[in-house]
Design a protein around this ligand. Structure first.
Ligand code: C2O
Ligand code: CU
Ligand code: CU
Length: 488
């Protein structure tokens, strides 16, 4: 077991010290990681025209943010689209002129976007050509347990596996990523992540921006060696290079009209607090799809795994304007350059969809996320005082039941909470009233240090075991995960 880089934080209680891991992995047979060869200073990315990590210098906004490839079905029937893709190692170019060994879906560092349609089935066959066990989880998907990417249910090296997604849920911005137990953090960090967008024909009459003006943008962070390799063993706070669709702090040319941006925080462990030079970010959706009504935001907060779709109207700005999407502490992420005019018949209606309250809850549960230590003193992620154990069912949930979960974080560091198989409603945030965006459905929510949230969800549609966990993947990899079983 690795024993390195512990950050000691004085515990609040009785002056005891609590260890929080700042390492990524916890594999019994892992080699001692190579020490990071370069000192990297915490250059404030607010200063200077370039940023530097581990000796790699990048000119800010020099790269172009690519549009992500869209996966084409290999065949389609009247109600099903069939896809195939390999999970494979590939050398990719992220930092200009450097080759980065990555783990990929189909060879691209950000996997191809799968565009599904509400009510139409998707079958995807994955072949694992890596040397690790992997699996695929559809984050935010209402999926049968055997297709959910349960942490122990993996595709061995050389194996193949077909996942079935019924897409019986409204339009939403979902994503897919690795979920093999203990390996999810390193696998996602190295590139096993992609968008899965459910388009909903019922939303077409809203006339939101679509086609080329509907742009998924995956935001994450990374730390690069001067060789181009991704360094993942250190403190996640040191991953100070921001990537948008797999490019470091790029620019993106836009027309002076409305765009729908589907923003995803795919960083293993980060809270993005995003502003766009004061521009109006019109939030139209949360993790589980459209809000009842649009919200005008100047700042968006997304913790790991969360999504928000926003509409930005660049028609308010003359051609030549540049607007920088920036994180309040980490600095610029992406610059939008308004380069031409364009016709625009899209709109953002005042009402998007009705979202009636969930049925009343009949069960209430407590879920405490936190770090403890195993018997040797090594940091251990825990839910209700215990690390994930696939042989233990933590909560048995009767099919069709609506429950309220009180999710508590007593640690002096932030966590977040992600629930598989269903979308929840946020009732309150630690005694504070729910936020305006909590009118939408969510599957992932920040639980700040010393705070709690209450969420309500209905568990229906499938039976079986599903996990819930902190989506800071270094935390879930260390055991901060538990499981429920839906029973008849
Ligand atoms: Cu994004 Cu359990 O996963
Ligand atoms: Cu998930
Ligand atoms: Cu956590």
């Amino acid at each position: 077991m690795k024993r390195r880089h512990f950050l000691t934080i004085g515990g609040a209680a009785a002056g005891s010290a609590v260890l929080f891991p700042v390492t990524r992995g916890i594999l019994a047979d892992a080699e001692e990681p190579v020490p990071h060869p370069h000192g990297h200073s915490h250059l404030s990315s607010q200063q200077g025209a370039s940023l530097s990590t581990a000796g790699v210098r990048v000119d800010r906004f020099a790269a172009t943010m690519p549009l992500l490839p869209v996966l084409r079905p290999v065949s389609s029937t009247v109600d099903t689209d069939v896809y195939r893709q390999d999970i494979k190692p590939a050398d990719v170019e992220i930092m200009p002129g450097l080759s980065t060994p990555a783990l990929t879906y189909g060879g691209s560092f950000v996997g191809p976007t799968i565009r599904a349609t509400s009510g139409r089935r998707v079958l995807i066959t994955y072949r694992n050509t890596t040397t690790d066990p992997v699996n695929v989880h559809l984050h935010g998907g209402h999926v049968a347990a055997q297709h959910d990417g349960y942490p122990m249910d993996v595709i061995e090296p050389g194996g193949t596996r077909t996942y079935e997604y019924l897409n019986q849920q409204p339009g939403a911005t979902l994503w897919y990523h690795d979920h093999g137990h203990h390996l999810e953090a390193t696998h996602v960090y190295h590139g096993l992540h992609g968008f899965y967008v459910i388009d909903d024909p019922r939303e077409q009459s809203l006339r939101l921006p679509d086609g080329q003006y509907d742009v998924p943008i995956m935001l994450r962070d990374a730390l690069f060696e001067s060789t181009g390799e991704l360094f993942g063993d250190g403190d996640p706070a040191e991953r100070t290079t921001f990537l948008a669709n797999g490019k470091p702090v790029p620019h993106f040319q836009v027309a002076a009209r409305k765009y729908r941006f589907r923003l995803l925080n795919a960083a293993n462990e980060r809270i993005f607090r995003l502003g766009l030079d004061g521009a109006d970010l019109v939030q139209i959706s949360t993790d589980g799809g459209l809000l009842p009504a649009p919200l005008h935001r100047s700042e968006l907060v997304l913790s790991s795994g969360e999504r928000a779709d926003v509409v930005v109207d660049f028609a308010r700005y003359p051609v030549g304007t540049q607007l920088v999407l920036a994180d309040t502490t980490g600095g610029p992420v992406l610059r939008f350059d308004v380069v031409r005019t364009a016709a625009d018949t899209s709109r953002v209606p005042d009402r998007l969809r009705p979202l009636p309250a969930l049925p009343p809850a009949t069960v209430t549960r407590e879920v405490t996320l936190g770090f403890g230590a195993d018997s040797t003193g090594y940091p251990q992620g825990q839910v209700n005082g215990r690390p994930f154990d696939p042989n233990r069912v933590d909560f048995q949930v009767r099919h069709g039941t609506t429950e309220i979960w009180h999710v508590v974080n007593n640690d002096p560091i932030d966590h977040n909470f992600h629930l598989h198989m269903t979308q929840f409603r946020v009732l309150d945030r630690g005694g504070d009233p729910a936020l305006p965006q909590d009118a939408g459905r969510k599957d992932t929510i920040i639980v700040p240090a010393g705070r709690s949230v209450r969420v309500q969800a209905t568990f229906a549609g499938f039976l079986g075991k599903y996990v819930y966990h902190c989506h800071f993947l270094e935390h879930s990899s260390l055991g901060m995960m538990a499981q429920l079983e839906i029973v008849p």
